[in-house]
Design a protein around this ligand. Sequence first.
Ligand SMILES: NC(=O)c1ccc[n+]([C@@H]2O[C@H](COP(=O)([O-])OP(=O)(O)OC[C@H]3O[C@@H](n4cnc5c(N)ncnc54)[C@H](OP(=O)(O)O)[C@@H]3O)[C@@H](O)[C@H]2O)c1
Length: 306
Amino acid sequence: MKKILIFGATGFIGKELTNHLQKSFDVNVISRNPDKAKKIFNDSINIVTWDFKSVKTLSKIFSTMDVIVNLAGENIASKFWTKSQKRKILNSRIDIGKLISEAIVISEKKPKLLIQASAVGYYGYNTIDKCNEDSPKGKGFLAYVTDKWERSTQDLETHEIKRIIIRTGVVLGTNGGIFPKLVKPVKLYLGSNFGKGNNWISWIHIKDEIRAIEFLINNKSSNGIYNLVTSQPVQSKHLNQIIGKSLKRPVWLKVPKIFLYQLFGKMAHELLLSNQKVHSIKLESEGFNFLFSRPEDAVNDLLKKQ
Ligand SMILES: NC(=O)c1ccc[n+]([C@@H]2O[C@H](COP(=O)([O-])OP(=O)(O)OC[C@H]3O[C@@H](n4cnc5c(N)ncnc54)[C@H](OP(=O)(O)O)[C@@H]3O)[C@@H](O)[C@H]2O)c1
């Protein structure tokens, strides 16, 4: 059975990934807070302890693993983007990336694959011209962060260790991310669009995110950069309408853009109002099938549990 070690397993994507992969892999988790990890996962998951400093110790741990998945990093939407928070968002990612990369390089028996998280923010916050895996880096803080984040493990390529970068879009799921934050006000008859709601969201259902990562681990020929988004980006007002329709609630309020800019500054631009039409070319061409391509199907699936 392949041994996998996951960084950031206690987060929104990591929890679902860990629980799913344990059906077919020997899954190990590394966390800054092992007690938190123990509470989240059942006894079948091995919680690996590491001081988050020693490259040598990490290299010994890696010598026993086949695949490393790195999802770790300060949450980008949980706090205002002050200077120190932006530094945390950046450094938390590049520090772990560099440690992982250095440890793999010096490990006696090297893992065969690193799956490195990134985001479609790489293409910039206003990318209405279709972009795909070959498109250049765009503008903005998130483009800067994701670029540095991806580069933090780039050294592996010179050592011929397989590295797959997953540039993920907005993940729709009920246990984290943006979706519960959109659903809550709609349930309370307070559903509202940000500005005109014309901005495009490139998204993926949490089940497809997890399936895509599993596919990339198993598919021997997969390598390099993959956009994890469906082929149907959705305008934010349309997504709200779909949620409203599914919950039988109107979405009639509008939060003016100026208010969002005043309150959130640059964060409004890049998170709440970001406008991205990103396409995934490689994943489907290599044989992956999305369970949810239409936003209506994704929303109805997620809301049927509520
Ligand atoms: N959710 C999305 O829609 C989305 C979209 C695109 C890209 N991504 C990226 O994919 C990754 C996983 O997303 P997610 O939504 O699951 O994130 P999340 O819920 O915020 O979880 C991230 C994990 O990273 C670790 N972490 C948090 N703060 C950290 C810090 N300051 N330093 C080091 N580690 C820290 C935590 O694990 P421990 O406390 O156990 O160490 C946490 O469980 C993230 O890096 C995110 O940027 C997410």
